[in-house]
Design a protein around this ligand. Structure first.
Ligand code: IVH
Length: 674
């Protein structure tokens, strides 16, 4: 370590300036939803900061932006005693109850008229944040209101949470807010989970709560939680005079405050605002379950006081629950492409949150047994996560006398072979690879848009092709002719010709699409791209040893094992040969053999979100000009093409001195090249 007198005042100044810059841009981005610099520029600042801290470790403090994911995994959480209890709030469910609240408030204020703030009630996890001298020192969950869990290390990973406050905050400050997850982030996580063959998370609230309680801060950082603060519980020397002032102060100190809030001079106005948000809540990219109405003036709050459970100056208004009752007409058992048996509820159509619901997955037989849903039951359905309908429970008082528990299927409803329970999960599977239901699912997946994209090859056609024995595996699609197709139901000559053309066109799809389409376990669209861009043709991939595969960045042992297992199986190798014989290209991107090859010998890595190209397209361009597209940055990389939100690959490239190109730079290079 360099002794502190070695750190020149210039370095110290540069360090302070950098730190302030990074803090400012983080605040603008996460608390104010705007940005003044590009991601690339931000990353460069961050890297310089990291570099200075490595050179001069004594500069680094706990509140440095580099220290968000500092902590190691822990065994459990410490308990924290809240200095000010975290009370709950009373709920109301309609306008009349809100008016009763207003009447109680006015009575408590001896007729004085209160002003209210109406805020969105975020559906997340309550959190208490403590700052000492403007530096973040502790985060605790609500727990039982008196004692919560110390989740400081996890909270530090939330980018919206400032590690150091701006301006002149009180020396001892305790703030209350809500940690939540935005819906697009939940969707992103679920896409990843799907690719890994994991069950998706069902709603953002539970995901946020579960994430905050993970024992490894590194995992927490990967799931991007968000934060809005809404109250000052304790401000040592200067308590705010009103809620409006509180929110303004919080904003001034750089904390994220939800901009959606209204000042209301009467309860009627507050009711209007509540109804308005009930209608508009679906426009938000996070979930709210109601509104919170608060008396604004601190002096009035003091006069109103609290009961043992909740303050008298605040009330929650819960939006009408989006639950409907309907009849469970049948439970169908579906067989997925990997043989998983899924019970699906078929219900009498019912209107729910603006759409008609008549089917809902029951996920698996364990869950079905737990809920004990029976055909003939009247059931309650709910829109969970605002998107997927969920069957909540059976209304037992309405159960018909003869309704029987749904039996766990011992045989596959389609092929009749014995079912097996997954050793490590709740799933029941049909293990017969020749099961027509599985075959149909697999064939449908092969033809789907993200895979081989064969337009016109939908379930109705596939059903007939399999049932007539015309198609057993994907290679059979390529042997179909007009005569076979026009013999199918609802297939005129024109559609048959179109379908044949679509099948023909699919022969040139890049290897990544084929790999995804083959439905290899654990190989989602992204993994397929990684494999294809590393091996470029199916022959190289087929002989790749498992260890080599698992060394590819983002490819773990489970994926490597599954890919090797797939290609070791004789039937699968035979299928590849049949596809080859049918004329499929089986390579990633077509190489322009006769065109100029200005990228000859150059290795490119592409990262981040591109606006002008898909991954496949840019890889194809690189290869067409003689270059190689790799998936991880190493000393051998010549260029990194970095799109929006580029992360670790970009840092690595800069570290190794690899030339970094923006998408526009890449285009410019192409312009000069082709
Ligand atoms: S104020 C003593 N404001 O709702 C008053 N709470 O059901 C403290 N919540 O525990 C609460 N958004 O976790 C307040 N804008 C908001 C809120 C909010 C969500 C949560 C909070 C509270 C729960 C009560």
């Amino acid at each position: 370590m360099a002794p502190s007198n070695m750190v020149s005042s210039i370095t110290r100044e540069r360090y302070a300036e950098l730190k302030a810059d990074v803090e400012r841009h983080t605040r603008l981005y996460y608390a104010e939803a705007r940005s003044e610099i590009s991601d690339l520029e931000f990353d460069a600042l961050m890297r310089e900061l990291e570099h200075l801290e490595t050179e001069y470790p004594e500069l680094r403090t706990q509140d440095s932006p580099t220290q968000r994911v500092g902590g190691e995994a822990i065994e459990g959480f410490e308990t924290v005693l809240h200095r000010i209890p975290m009370l709950s709030i009373d709920n109301t469910y309609n306008a009349a109850e809100l008016r009763e609240f207003d009447a109680r408030v006015r009575k408590g204020l001896a007729g004085e008229k209160p002003t209210y703030t109406a805020e969105l009630k975020l559906d997340g996890v309550a959190i208490s944040l403590r700052y000492e001298n403007g530096v973040f020192v502790r985060a605790a969950t609500r727990g039982d209101g008196m004692r919560g869990d110390d989740v400081t290390q996890n909270a530090r990973t939330i980018q919206a949470l400032p590690l150091r406050l701006q301006g002149n905050p009180p020396v001892d400050l305790e703030i209350r807010g809500e940690v939540f997850m935005r819906t697009p982030e939940l969707e992103r996580l679920n896409r990843l989970r799907e690719e890994q063959g994991e069950e998706p998370f069902r709603n953002p609230r539970n995901t946020a709560a579960g994430t905050l309680k993970l024992l490894d801060p590194k995992m927490v950082a990967q799931r991007r939680l968000d934060l809005y603060v809404y109250d000052i519980a304790l401000a040592a020397d200067r308590p705010p005079a009103s809620h409006t002032e509180t929110l303004r102060d919080l904003e001034h100190w750089g904390l994220p405050v939800n901009p959606n809030r209204d000042c209301c001079t009467s309860i009627d106005e507050a009711i209007y605002v509540c109804n308005n948000w009930d209608r508009r809540r679906r426009d938000l990219d996070y979930e709210i379950d109601g509104m919170v109405i608060k008396v604004d003036a601190a002096a009035q709050r003091l006069r109103l006081g609290s009961t043992s459970k909740s303050p008298r100056w605040v009330i929650a208004y819960k939006f009408p629950a989006e639950v409907a009752a309907t009849q469970l007409l049948d439970i169908k058992v579906q067989v997925g492409k990997s043989g998983a048996l899924t019970p699906v509820a078929e219900m009498a159509p019912v209107k729910l949150a603006g759409t008609i619901v008549k089917r809902a997955t029951l996920h698996n037989f364990e869950e079905l047994a737990k809920k004990d849903l029976r055909i003939g039951d009247t059931v309650e359905v709910q829109k969970a996560g605002e998107i997927i309908p969920q069957v909540l429970r059976a209304i037992l008082e309405k159960r018909p006398l003869d309704a029987l528990p749904f039996p766990i299927p011992e045989i596959c409803p389609v092929c009749g072979s014995e079912t097996h329970k997954d050793p490590d999960g709740a799933f029941l599977r049909c293990l017969n690879l020749a099961c027509p239901a599985q075959a149909k699912e697999r064939l449908g997946h092969f033809a789907s848009r993200k895979a081989m994209d064969i337009d016109g090859l939908g379930p109705a056609i596939i059903d007939q092709l399999v049932d007539r024995g015309l198609v057993h595996d994907p290679s059979d699609f390529y042997r179909l002719d007009a005569a076979a197709l026009t013999a199918l139901e609802r297939m005129a000559e024109k559609s048959a010709a179109n379908l044949l053309q679509a099948i023909e066109a699919s022969k040139t799809r890049p290897l990544s699409r084929l790999l995804f389409g083959l439905g290899i376990r654990h190989v989602g669209a992204h993994t397929a791209e990684l494999l294809a861009s590393n091996y470029l043709n199916v022959d190289a991939l087929m002989i790749a040893p498992e260890v080599e595969l698992s060394e590819i960045h983002e490819i773990g042992e489970a994926v490597a094992g599954s890919v090797c297992g797939f290609f070791e199986t004789a039937e699968n190798r035979a299928l590849i040969e049949r596809l080859r014989a049918a004329g499929l290209e089986l390579t990633e991107g077509t190489v322009a053999h006769d065109g100029p090859r200005p990228f000859e010998g150059k290795t490119f890595v592409v990262t981040g979100t591109l606006t002008r190209y898909s991954r496949d397209e840019i890889h194809a361009r690189i290869k067409a000009l003689g270059g190689k597209a790799a998936s991880s940055v190493s000393k051998k990389t010549d260029y990194l093409v970095a799109g929006e939100s580029a992360g670790s690959k970009l840092s690595k490239a800069v570290e190794l001195g690899v030339t970094v190109l923006s998408e526009a730079d890449f285009d410019a290079l192409l312009g000069g090249a082709s």
